[in-house]
Design a binder for this molecule. Structure first.
Ligand SMILES: [Zn+2]
Length: 252
């Protein structure tokens, strides 16, 4: 881990006491202070992404948008707006149809990454952020095949996973409470949300306000444990996230 990376991470597992309201007449409640990083996958979406950007600006939070290449073709202006607001733009495959670890056909996985990165162009973060499509948010060998792994290493990508999945896309009602519970179980929560037209993002402001009220601090950088590849270098065991589903011989 570089010094710059270390600086960006402000994990703190310490708890703190928050005074109870004077009128309550009860003992103070202990809150666990946590750090939260927000990421938004599968956009951009014209009816949702601008609303999310407005909320983040109002709340003073910078996040990362992992965009789908196919959507970016016609909607790059939305990613440009996010970039202008100092959010980071990452690559979330071109079609987002199959987890890369399930692909056996040579060349497909690398192309899913490469085509999207070309469309991201100069909006890309210098660390070349890439998030694999998990299929239901599952961490496991479906995330990458060996071709994708070699491509990410060769092209110096940073692979960003997650540690909080609140199923905002499949169960848009109630995600706020799930996300709060899961986030406060982590010292540094890396939350996956989706700027998709499900209605869930109408509650983004409520989630952020509730998390702040409980003592959370929002940061843009990712917890080390969620970044198994940093600029092409392995920083942790990658084996749990790579399938043997790879018949090809050329990485790129
Ligand atoms: Zn996704």
């Amino acid at each position: 881990m570089t010094a710059a990376r270390a600086e960006g991470i402000q994990c703190c597992a310490a708890s703190r006491k928050k005074p109870a309201p004077e009128s309550a007449g009860r003992l103070p409640i202990a809150y666990v202070m946590t750090v939260i990083t927000l990421t938004f996958d599968n956009g951009p979406e014209p009816d949702v992404t601008p609303r999310v950007l407005d909320t983040l600006r109002r709340q003073g939070i910078r996040a990362t948008f992992f965009v789908v290449g196919e959507k970016l073709r016609e909607r790059r202006h939305l990613a440009e707006r996010a970039h202008a607001d100092c959010h980071w733009i990452g690559n979330h495959t071109y079609t987002h149809r199959m987890p890369l670890g399930t692909i056996a056909e040579p060349g497909v996985a690398a192309a899913e990454i490469e085509r999207t990165e070309k469309l991201i162009g100069d909006l890309a973060h210098p660390r070349r952020l890439f998030r694999p499509f998990g299929g239901g948010g599952q961490l496991g060998p479906r995330l990458l095949n060996r071709e994708a792994l070699r491509y990410l290493q060769k092209k110096a990508y940073t692979c960003v996973l997650w540690n909080v999945i609140c199923h905002d896309w499949s169960r848009p009602d109630g995600w706020v409470e799930r996300a709060l519970d899961l986030s406060f179980a982590q010292a540094h929560a890396l939350v996956v949300l989706h700027d998709l037209p499900t209605g869930a993002m109408r509650d983004l402001d409520r989630f952020i306000a509730a998390a702040k009220d409980r003592g959370a601090t929002f940061v843009q950088d990712f917890p080390d444990g969620c970044v198994p590849i940093e600029r092409g270098q392995l920083t942790a065991s990658i084996a749990p996230y790579v399938s043997g589903n790879d018949r090809c011989t050329a990485a790129s």
